[in-house]
Ligand binder design. Structure first.
Ligand code: ATP
Ligand code: MG
Length: 630
């Protein structure tokens, strides 16, 4: 626990050290892990290619750092607590010892099926402990996993199988989600009409009928039967691929982001322990799906590397009712709770009544990730869930960054609603203007870049290194470009303003979508909003707002006028939306993010080419929005 930050001055001290001597800093953190062979050099890098290597020539297996390392000290501690979709079904708990056994057995199964180091394996599974077992077993044999969210369509799945040339698919018969039973294997079958893999392994979860192709498809429970519980972890290089994960597709075609073993391991554990201030014995719960980076880094790898107890939830926030999250918190005495603004806003719309019956006194820390969290949602979360005593960590990061880069340290960094606050040690942020000039000092606003490597950063986009270079390293010389706009305020605190592509320029005033949405959401009847720019003859760009609201007895005209007044008061008349469209839903990715590019097309009136919409959750909303265009 020597790497733990305990005070604000301790944070500043560590941060200084990490910038002054990054290699010494990360070598010290990395020393607490188990390496089969130590590195020759901590870091080798250039952002031109890009070519980044951490812990050069070190050998290790990441699962030894999760399993063997904890076996004799905390073997009986729960590693994974699993809460099923249906609260009347019994949950499960896997201790570190049991997890070790399961992973060893499944590693043997994979190897018997001919899967070797470097082979790609698709995991298309519900939120059950076996999804984590599958990931870890791949890592243990040196295979590269690519988890695909089990709600994606067969063609999205086929695209990903094809893109990474997967050898096997690990899946389930079906999936329970809320009141629905979803056919999972059937989707895999459909995908495998277009592309082929050698092996499919099917975990029996719902016991629904599925078709099994002989010679290709096997039942998980049959394969693990009688298999050895001993398995020697395969030695991997620090820079061997750990996984490929496709981004959410908010801004375009999903990118196959590649992460490697050593750096990812060091950074996810370090950031997990510090940001959430996890203490042994705590129960930590992140509500994400393992299909997203948040699930990779902060349900599976980070917590398990830290020897934490991580809760895995199969269901949805509103089943059987909108109090489910809080009932789970009470039941398992959750200490750290980490979710997304989209979930907070959805629950906020149900009021505080669903929270009231539950005892949330176990909670110590609340977290947010995925999108900018608006002040209203932040305050609601803070007051009603955290009872004004739990710090909120607003964590900014990306699939590409592998781990949280900007966030308060829980209970240590003073927070400010809607601010991700300060960078973690090792993260050298840089704000640049459109020409790439660094904007120094406080009270500046521009594009967020990072000028020095960190251990869990993206190494390449799978099969297309040029795309990685073009997307992240070519916009500004010698910098990783995040694609996000940011403001550094007078205290040096960072606030994410949304995607740079979404920044609106009204009569020469640049405005982040997040800022305008934040103001709109302050109106008491607004549930959620999304703002985009559209061409405007006089102002250059006008502001178009899509708003979900509770109409109460208002007319649309009254309400839109009130919203405009609210924005005028909070930001100023310049930010007043020119058009407001009341909608029943917003186009979101399956990870819950608003796809503003679609809304921009609607606002511009160019709806014939909406681009890649394969990751869209509910295509019907798009039609409604097109029809209601202002
Ligand atoms: P794609 O790259 O395919 O368009 P995506 O960017 O949505 O998809 P992710 O890697 O899942 O894919 O999301 C990262 C982005 O989410 C960030 O770049 C940022 O815009 C947003 N984001 C994440 N966390 C926060 C946060 N705490 N505050 C503000 N924005 C956030
Ligand atoms: Mg992105």
């Amino acid at each position: 626990m020597s790497d733990r930050i305990h005070t604000l001055s301790g944070y500043f001290h560590e941060y200084q050290k990490s910038v002054a001597q990054p290699e010494e800093f990360w070598a010290r953190i990395a020393d607490s892990f188990h390496w089969k062979k130590r590195w020759d050099k901590v870091l080798d890098w250039n952002f031109e290619e890009p070519d980044v290597k951490w812990f050069v020539n070190a050998k290790l297996n990441i699962t030894e750092n999760i399993l063997e390392r904890h076996l004799y000290t905390i073997g009986d501690r729960p590693a994974i607590i699993w809460e099923p979709n249906d609260p009347s079904e019994a949950g499960r708990t896997l201790t570190y010892r049991e997890l070790h056994t399961e992973v060893c057995k499944f590693s043997n199964v994979l190897q018997e099926k001919g899967i070797k180091k470097g082979d790609r394996v698709i995991i298309y599974m519900p939120m059950i402990p076996e999804a984590a077992v599958a990931m870890l077993a791949c890592a243990r044999i040196g295979a590269v996993h690519s988890v695909v969210f089990a709600g994606f369509s067969s063609s999205s799945l086929a695209d990903r199988i094809e893109d990474c040339k997967a050898k096997a698919v690990l899946t389930s018969d079906g999936n329970f989600r809320g009141s629905k039973k979803i056919a999972v294997k059937a989707v895999v079958d459909e995908a495998l009409e277009k592309v082929t893999v050698d092996t499919v392994i099917v975990y029996q979860r719902t016991h629904q009928e599925v078709s099994m192709k002989s010679g290709r498809d096997f039942w998980w429970h049959e394969l693990v039967e009688g298999v050895s519980e001993q398995h020697e972890a395969v030695e991997t290089d620090s820079e061997d691929m750990l996984f490929i994960l496709y981004t959410s597709g908010s801004t375009g075609k999903p990118k196959g982001v590649v992460h490697t073993v050593g750096g990812y391991m060091v950074y996810t554990k370090y950031s997990f322990e510090n940001v959430f201030q996890y203490t042994p014995g705590d129960v930590y719960w992140c509500t994400a799906d393992v299909g997203w980076i948040t699930g990779h880094s902060y349900i599976v790898y980070g917590p398990l590397l830290a020897g934490a107890t991580t809760l895995m939830f199969e269901g949805v926030p509103t089943f059987p009712d909108a109090g489910r999250f809080w009932s789970v918190v009470e039941k398992h005495k959750v200490n750290q709770f980490y979710t997304a603004p989209t979930a907070i806003r959805a629950l906020q719309a149900h009021g505080t009544e669903p929270i009231e019956p539950y005892d949330l006194s176990s909670l110590k820390v609340l977290g947010s990730v995925g999108e900018p969290i608006n002040e209203e949602a932040w305050n609601w979360y803070h007051t009603h869930v955290g009872k004004s005593r739990c710090p909120i960590v607003d964590t900014w990061w990306q699939t590409e960054t592998g781990g949280i880069l900007v966030s308060p340290i829980a209970g240590i960094t003073p927070t400010k609603p809607a601010y991700a606050t300060l960078p973690l040690p090792g993260i050298q942020l840089c704000i640049v203007d459109a020409e790439g000039n660094e904007l120094k000092g406080n009270s500046v606003e521009g594009n967020l870049c990072i000028k020095f490597p960190w251990p869990s950063m993206i190494r390449t986009t799978y099969g297309d290194h040029e795309r990685c270079k073009q997307t992240y390293f070519s916009t500004y010389k010698d910098m990783y470009f995040t694609g996000d706009g940011v403001k550094r305020d007078h205290d040096g605190y960072y606030r994410i303003l949304g995607r740079v592509d979404d920044v609106i320029n009204v009569s020469g005033h640049r405005m982040g979508t997040a800022e305008v949405e934040n103001a709109i959401n302050e109106h008491p009847l607004v549930v959620e909003s999304a703002v985009v720019g559209y061409p405007h003859e006089v102002k250059g760009q006008g502001i178009y707002a899509y708003v979900i609201c509770d109409m109460k007895n208002r007319t649309e005209e009254n309400l839109t006028n009130e919203i405009k007044d609210t924005v005028s008061k909070i930001i100023g008349p310049i930010a007043k939306p020119d058009k407001i469209q009341i909608v029943s839903g917003l186009p979101k990715t399956r990870s819950g993010k608003i796809m503003r590019r679609i809304l921009r097309k609607v606002a511009e009136g160019t709806v014939d080419n909406l681009g890649d919409t394969s990751t869209l959750l509910d295509p019907e909303v798009v039609q409604e929005i097109i029809e209601g265009r202002q």
